[in-house]
Design a protein around this ligand. Structure first.
Ligand code: 5GP
Ligand code: MN
Length: 340
C-alpha cells in the first residue's frame, strides 16, 4: 500500500512545524530496524522536530558504529521514560514491523495514544493500527522505503552522509549484502546513498568483520555439533540449548546470521535455527524460491515476516519444537528421492 498524494500532503502538513516525534521499531532490533529509525530521526531533525527513537529491547553490539545509537530509549531498561515520551508525542512512526505484538508491552501505549501514527514497513500482512500505512512487501528493507518516503516528500536534498550510513545499513543487513530480497530500486537506493556520502566499505567492514572469538567458536559449534540435515525435505536444522547459551556466553545478537550458513549447503532449501531461551523457544526460518516460511511461522509458530525469512516463538520444549518443524515440513516441501 503506497501513500496516496492526499496522504502525503497531509503528512507534509503534519511535519511543517516542530513537533514531538517518536520512532518505534521492533523487539530484538536488527540493522534495518535501527538503521531506518536513525536515518528517519536525522532527517526529521532537519525540520526542527524533537525526535526520540524507542526500541522495545536492547540492540546488538554490531551496530555501535551507528551515530546516535546510544540515544535510543530502550523500553526494557527505561519503562517510565518510554511511557512519558509516548504520552507527550504528537506523531509516532512505526518502522519495520507490521503488528503491535512485535513491540510487546509498548503496544498498548501506542494503541491508546492520540498521536498520528505512520507505518513504514515491508513485512507481509500488516495490521491496520495506524492512520497512514506505507507498506511495500516487495521492498528489500524498511531503509529502502524510508529513502523512498523522503523522495516522495520531495526532500531528498536533506539526505546527508549520516542519514546515508544509517539507511545503507538496513540495505546491507536485510539483503545479506545484496544477495537476496533485492529489486532494481534497491540498487538505485544504494547508488543514491553512496553518491550522498554513505561509506559502504566501512559499513560492510563494521557489520561483518566484527566477530568476537566466542561468536566464531559458537558458529563452529553450531556447524560441527548442532546441525542436522534432512535431505529428503531439502532442510537443515541447527538447535541450541540453554546449556549452549551458558557454555558460549551467548549475548544479544551473537547468533545473528547463523541460520544463513545452512542454506549454503548445496540442495538445501529450508533452514531452521531454533534456540531454547529461558522461558520460550525461538525460531528463525529461511527458505529459497517458492517455499513460504512466512506461512510456516504464521500457522505453526505464532510468527511471521517475509516469504523467505521469518521468525516465531512458542512456549514449549526444544525437542517438541524441533519435532513440530519436522512434522509440518512435508506440507511445504516435496519429498526428494535421496540416493542411498
Ligand atoms: P529473524 O529470524 O532474523 O529473527 O527474523 C526474520 C524476519 O522475521 C524478520 O523480518 C523479523 O522481523 C520477522 N520475525 C522474527 N521473529 C518474529 C516473530 O516472532 N513474529 C513475527 N511476526 N515476525 C518475526
Ligand atoms: Mn526489515
Amino acid at each position: 500500500m503506497s501513500l496516496t498524494q492526499e496522504e502525503l500532503s497531509e503528512i507534509k502538513e503534519l511535519l511543517l512545524f516542530p513537533k514531538n516525534i517518536i520512532i518505534i521499531s521492533h523487539r530484538n532490533p536488527d540493522g534495518d530496524a535501527i538503521g531506518s529509525s536513525l536515518g528517519l530521526r536525522y532527517f526529521l531533525e532537519k525540520f526542527g522536530h524533537n525526535v526520540k527513537v524507542v526500541l522495545p529491547s536492547d540492540y546488538p553490539g554490531t551496530y555501535y558504529y551507528l551515530h546516535g545509537i546510544d540515544d535510543c530509549i530502550i523500553f526494557d531498561h527505561q519503562k517510565k521514560l518510554t511511557e512519558t515520551v509516548i504520552q507527550e508525542s504528537d506523531i509516532i512512526f512505526c518502522l519495520d514491523f507490521n503488528s503491535l505484538d512485535r513491540i510487546d508491552k509498548i503496544g498498548p501505549f501506542v494503541q491508546n495514544s492520540q498521536s498520528k501514527k505512520i507505518l513504514i514497513d515491508h513485512h507481509l500482512d500488516p495490521e491496520p493500527f495506524v492512520d497512514y500505512m506505507y507498506s511495500d512487501t516487495a521492498a528489500s528493507s524498511t531503509c529502502e522505503m524510508v529513502h523512498q518516503f523522503i523522495f516522495d516528500l520531495g526532500e531528498e536534498d536533506k539526505i546527508d552522509a549520516r542519514i546515508g550510513d544509517s539507511l545503507f545499513t538496513g540495505l546491507i543487513t536485510d539483503t545479506g549484502s545484496f544477495k537476496y530480497s533485492t529489486n532494481p530500486q534497491t540498487y538505485r537506493t544504494a547508488a543514491d546513498l553512496k553518491e550522498r556520502g554513505a561509506d559502504d566499505y566501512t559499513l560492510q567492514d563494521n557489520i561483518y568483520n566484527c566477530y568476537t572469538e566466542n561468536q566464531m567458536r559458537l558458529l563452529g559449534h553450531c556447524l560441527a555439533n548442532r546441525m542436522e540435515i534432512i535431505p529428503e525435505y531439502a532442510a537443515g536444522v541447527i538447535a541450541l540449548t540453554k546449556q549452549d547459551y551458558l557454555d558460549f556466553q551467548i549475548g544479544r545478537g551473537d547468533t545473528e546470521g547463523i541460520v544463513n550458513y545452512i542454506l549454503m549447503l548445496k540442495g538445501i532449501e529450508v533452514a531452521a535455527f531454533i534456540r531454547e531461551q529461558p522461558s520460550i523457544v525461538k525460531l528463525s526460518l529461511r527458505s529459497k524460491g517458492d517455499i513460504s516460511v512466512q506461512d510456516i511461522c504464521r500457522k505453526h509458530f505464532n510468527g511471521g515476516g517475509h516469504k523467505n525469512a521469518s521468525g516465531g516463538a512458542a512456549y514449549a520444549k526444544l525437542e517438541d519444537i524441533i519435532k513440530r518443524f519436522k512434522t509440518v515440513l512435508p506440507q511445504y516441501v516435496e519429498r526428494r528421492v535421496v540416493p542411498s
